[in-house]
Design a protein around this ligand. Structure first.
Ligand code: SAH
Ligand code: SF4
Length: 384
């Protein structure tokens, strides 16, 4: 099979071009064509020598992920479902906001961590995505949106990427890092280090490696202020309990002292949403709990996520007033706290929801086509 050039960061592409007997700067030109212009046809890369274009056409390709469906929410959120083979699908979600455009990207088909409140976790693990498959989500979304919105040359549609789609990115580390480097490269998407976020359920050794290899913004899915409760929600906690996780967070911050960690906390009715737990959370991040005393206060923000329910979980979303009361406790303690807006509710744009349906069904395409919120790909018009 032809080599997929989306798999390479600039260093990898340079090595590949050198292997073809080409000069290093050719790799920069090629990388720019692919990522800045969204070009996949070597024949149209006009400033590359004809001999190189022919050579590339023989051995390489820019392999996009096959698109299965596109869903557009009334609030402007767009969700794409991609076929990754073997009956599996992954999703990417574009979330437009006043001041930025965010793309939520998947790193795996399914997930092995198995968090109780996560539909991706309930599916189990199918496989890791390759670097090219991670980058392909951004490549596709960026260029599709630019075209549709008729953005002038040099204007980006996406300036913020969060690795918060399906999968645990730090359990697919080898593929993740080249993909992150392409997101950050000035010759590709040119995103700032603070506008690329890796979200993890807490794979401690890989948090340390990320700090050394590619220190982008870090979000840690906390969901509980003590080990007993977190063990029951995030099974990985039994392997890397809170004390170790928070120590890794402090090491991450030590490398970039002006940064902060975003702690995510999914609000589950009657499970982790009481005022007592909010106070316990304050003590934890302020270095006053047993698990954090040796570590001191952690520079962090809290992001409360209203739970997106699915039947198999047996869990419910916390009522709004409980979420507000929880947030108040944190805020009163001086912790910057946000409550995530639920976007794209009408198209199931939350973590793993739709792809979960697809995996279980043989005639996925027919069922998708029958859904009211699905726009057949052939008739998609402009982003509203
Ligand atoms: N595996 C990584 C990243 C993907 S999940 C992680 O766990 O951090 C991205 C975020 O969505 C996590 O914070 C996760 O806890 C949250 N999430 C998962 N299922 C959810 C659900 N049903 N409702 C709300 N948030 C959910
Ligand atoms: Fe995996 Fe994250 Fe879902 Fe947990 S919340 S099962 S780590 S994708």
């Amino acid at each position: 099979m032809a080599v997929n050039l989306l798999d390479f960061d600039l260093e990898g592409l340079t090595a590949f071009c050198e292997g073809l007997g080409e000069k290093r700067f050719r790799a920069v030109q090629l990388y720019r064509w692919i990522h800045q212009k969204g070009e996949s046809d070597f024949g149209r890369m006009s400033d590359l020598a004809k001999s190189l274009r022919d050579k590339l056409a023989g051995v390489a390709e820019v392999r996009a992920l096959p698109l299965m469906s596109e869903h557009r929410s009334a609030d402007g959120t767009v969700k794409w479902l991609f076929d990754v083979g073997g009956g599996n699908a992954v999703e990417a979600v574009f979330i437009p906001e006043d001041d930025r455009g965010t793309l939520c990207v998947s790193s795996q088909a399914g997930c092995a961590v198995g968090c109780r409140f996560c539909s991706t976790g309930h599916q189990g693990f199918s496989r890791n995505l390759g670097s090219g498959e991670i980058v392909a989500q951004l490549w596709f979304a960026e260029h599709r949106l630019r075209q549709r919105l008729a953005l002038p040359a040099g204007v980006r549609a996406i300036d913020n990427v969060v690795m918060m789609g399906m999968g645990e990115p730090l359990q697919n580390y080898a593929a993740l890092v080249p993909a992150l480097r392409t997101m950050l490269s000035d010759h590709a998407y040119g995103l700032s280090r603070r506008r690329v976020t890796v979200s993890t359920s807490g794979v401690v050794p890989m948090i340390d490696r990320l700090r050394e290899d590619c220190p982008v913004a870090l979000a840690v899915s906390l969901h509980a202020p003590n080990d007993a409760l977190r063990d029951s929600l995030v099974p990985l906690n039994r392997k890397y309990p809170l004390q170790e996780l928070l120590a890794a967070c402090q090491r991450y911050l030590a490398a970039a002292p002006r940064d902060f960690i975003t702690f995510e906390y999914c609000m589950l009715d009657g499970v982790n949403d009481t005022p007592e737990l909010a106070h316990e959370l304050v003590r934890l991040v302020q270095g006053q709990a047993a698990a954090s005393r040796a570590l001191g206060r952690i520079s962090c923000k809290l992001n409360l996520i209203p739970f997106n329910p699915f039947t198999a979980s047996g869990l419910k979303r916390s009522p709004r007033e409980r979420v507000l009361a929880f947030a108040q406790v944190l805020q009163d303690a001086g912790i910057v706290t946000t409550i995530r807006k639920t976007r794209g509710d009408d198209i199931d744009a939350a973590c793993g929801q739709l792809a979960g349906e697809v995996q279980d069904r043989t005639n996925a395409r027919e069922r998708l086509a029958a859904r009211r919120d699905v726009i057949p790909i052939a008739t998609v018009g402009g982003v509203s």
